[in-house]
Design a protein around this ligand. Structure first.
Ligand SMILES: NC(=O)C1=CN([C@@H]2O[C@H](COP(=O)(O)OP(=O)(O)OC[C@H]3O[C@@H](n4cnc5c(N)ncnc54)[C@H](OP(=O)(O)O)[C@@H]3O)[C@@H](O)[C@H]2O)C=CC1
Ligand SMILES: C[C@H](O)[C@@H]1OC(=O)[C@H](O)[C@@H]1O
Length: 254
């Protein structure tokens, strides 16, 4: 029996990167998967094609997670299509690198709205559905190593990742009685669209690689296994936990 057989998994921000790897990983583990995305129609369709190639049902629902109604609509469409929601992977996020002293107000507000409030509303909508179903579930937030350490050009971003980590701790308490487990994954530096421009700076890229004991930057697929594990019954007694997936970067002081 596959790890996620019979489960319906929802993933936000799954047109590219970590979300897409999680969606395809969940399908390969036997789940039907509903994805949210914001703008890349062709990439979202390609993700659904990969889910179907794994032998599972897939559906893409377009929407901006910053709007609370996107969350209720996403969950409603998932239930309409596949009957239930077992897992919510709240992954959608942005990181427009910018210096602190001249940070535009709208960049701060948008980053908080998408990353933190988007995650909050998605998890809340999924949890309400899970409580109504009455057979538990799992929420997984894609937080970051940046929940634990700072970044000079990420002063608007790192608080959102700390916030998601904290949200999973509090929802673990609020939802434990419903057997809904709440955990976060904390990726290190993973090569995706979000940091393509930032890591085009070869000096910075080499520095980041040099910080990692495993000797390489991460790939989106490196997150699939940890997310599938936390979504699965193998993690039945794991809640309120945060799993670093960073090649050892965080512990590398000297
Ligand atoms: N890459 C890394 O090093 C790390 C990434 N993370 C986190 O992982 C998550 C995924 O990022 P990653 O895969 O790297 O980056 P990508 O840019 O590849 O993926 C971001 C995804 O989020 C979606 N998205 C962006 N804004 C919105 C929105 N307003 N509403 C709905 N969907 C949206 C994008 O959709 P579309 O393209 O269709 O607009 C895309 O599917 C983020 O939360 C990020 O903070 C955490 C630690 C490290
Ligand atoms: C976008 C960054 O490269 C990435 O995002 C994070 O959360 C980490 O700080 C990574 O460096």
């Amino acid at each position: 029996m596959k790890l996620l057989e019979g489960k319906t998994v929802l993933v936000t921000g799954a047109s590219t990167g970590i979300g897409r790897a999680a969606a395809v990983g969940a399908a390969k583990a036997g789940a039907d998967v509903v994805i949210n995305y914001h703008s890349r129609d062709a990439d979202a369709a390609a993700c659904v094609a990969e889910i179907e190639a794994a032998g599972q049902r897939g559906l893409a629902v377009k929407g901006d997670v910053a709007a609370p109604e996107t969350a209720t609509e996403f969950v409603r469409k998932a239930v309409e299509a596949f009957g239930k929601v077992d897992v919510m992977v709240s992954n959608a996020g942005i990181c427009p690198f910018h210096s602190f002293l001249d940070m535009p107000v709208e960049t701060v507000q948008r980053t908080m709205q998408v990353n933190l409030l988007g995650g909050y509303f998605m998890c809340q909508a999924a949890a309400n559905q899970m409580v109504q179903q009455g057979h538990g579930g799992a929420l997984i937030a894609v937080s970051s190593i940046s929940a634990l350490v700072g970044g000079e050009y990420q002063t608007h971003y790192t608080p959102t990742k700390a916030g998601l980590h904290s949200l999973m701790q509090s929802t673990a308490i609020a939802l434990g009685r419903h057997n809904i487990r709440c955990n976060s994954v904390l990726p290190g530096t993973i090569l995706t669209e979000i940091n393509k421009d930032d890591l085009a700076d070869q000096e910075k890229r080499k520095y980041m690689e040099g910080r990692i004991p495993l000797g390489r930057l991460g790939e989106a697929e490196d997150l699939a296994g940890p997310i599938v594990f936390l979504a699965s019954d193998m993690a039945a007694y794991v809640t309120g936990a945060a799993l670093l997936v960073d090649g050892g970067a965080f512990v590398n002081l000297q």
